[in-house]
Design a protein around this ligand. Structure first.
Ligand code: BTN
Length: 272
């Protein structure tokens, strides 16, 4: 069992992240840390909610995110932008890179990103990010970005079949010799995500786009993408400066995709 605790997370934050932080709530059980933060008043600073026991977690495209007690960390961060950010979808990508930095600090260096929101280790799903937003009456926009990170699935991989179109689950415990304290992991995530939000607000996504290629799990893979405009088939070719996914299509030519579900044949997929 873990010992997730707000004071212990704060103690592990470091000065810069601590100064950025407004509130930090840890719950023994909650429906969804994203839903909780979306209901809170617009924070002046970064607001964080975390739990290891989420009963009605949500994923992208209306999917559920399963995280029974003790199996994973569910951590959401809220931040209010004074006006709508220019390219909000790319914030999820920037936050993914912030999570990669946090994991590197824990000596976990083999994690990659599957555009736009999945964390992948050994070709399986280690976690996912869901970003949601709420407009404020004064024109400000509160963005809530929540990560679900599998930490200790305890050989219960088959209990997590529906996490992402059949992609298998993997946990952090299997990727490290000694699993760090959960509060250290949570503090690292707050630091990494907080820095990503602040950097994105200052300079947009372009500076992040160069880092993406180092962690791009999709690059060179044959993909099928379900987009609102229909299905696209081709080979993933990185991302554009604004975070759009680049696809060299089977029909010839390069297409930019800004929203969709990406399927990769073969690797890590269950069944047909
Ligand atoms: C996905 O892979 O589709 C995204 C999953 C995001 C899950 C996290 S857990 C913390 C936060 N609260 C939620 O209800 N969802 C996100």
């Amino acid at each position: 069992m873990n010992n997730l605790d707000a004071d212990a997370i704060r103690q592990n934050l470091g000065e810069t992240a601590a100064a950025r932080l407004g509130s930090l709530d840890v719950f023994a059980e909650i429906d969804s840390t994203n839903s909780y933060l979306l209901q809170q008043p617009a924070p002046g600073k970064i607001r964080v909610a975390a739990t290891d026991n989420q009963t009605a977690g949500r994923g992208r495209h209306g999917r559920t995110w399963q995280s029974p007690a003790g199996t994973g960390l569910c951590l959401s961060v809220a931040y209010t932008f004074p006006s709508p950010p220019e390219n909000l979808p790319a914030l999820t990508l920037a936050i993914g890179l912030g999570v990669i930095e946090a994991l590197k600090e824990l000596n976990v260096t083999n994690v990659q990103l599957k555009w736009p929101n999945d964390l992948i280790a050994m070709d399986d799903k280690l976690g996912g990010i869901l970003t949601e937003s709420r407009g404020q009456p004064d024109g400000a926009v509160t963005v809530v970005s929540g990560i679900g990170l599998n930490i200790d699935l305890d050989d219960r991989l088959d209990d997590f079949p529906g996490m992402d179109e059949g992609r298998r689950a993997i946990d952090l415990k299997s990727q490290v010799a000694d699993l760090p304290d959960w509060n250290r992991i949570a503090a690292g995530l707050v630091r990494g995500i907080g820095k990503a939000i602040v950097d994105y607000e200052a300079a947009g996504f372009a500076p992040f786009s160069r880092q993406w290629s180092e962690h791009d799990w999709l690059f060179g893979r044959e993909v099928t993408i379900d987009t609102p405009q229909g299905e696209i088939k081709g080979k993933a070719a990185g991302i554009a400066e604004d975070g759009a996914l680049l696809i060299d299509t089977l029909l010839g030519g390069r297409q930019q995709v800004t929203s969709g579900s990406v399927h990769v044949a073969g690797i890590g997929e269950r069944g047909s």
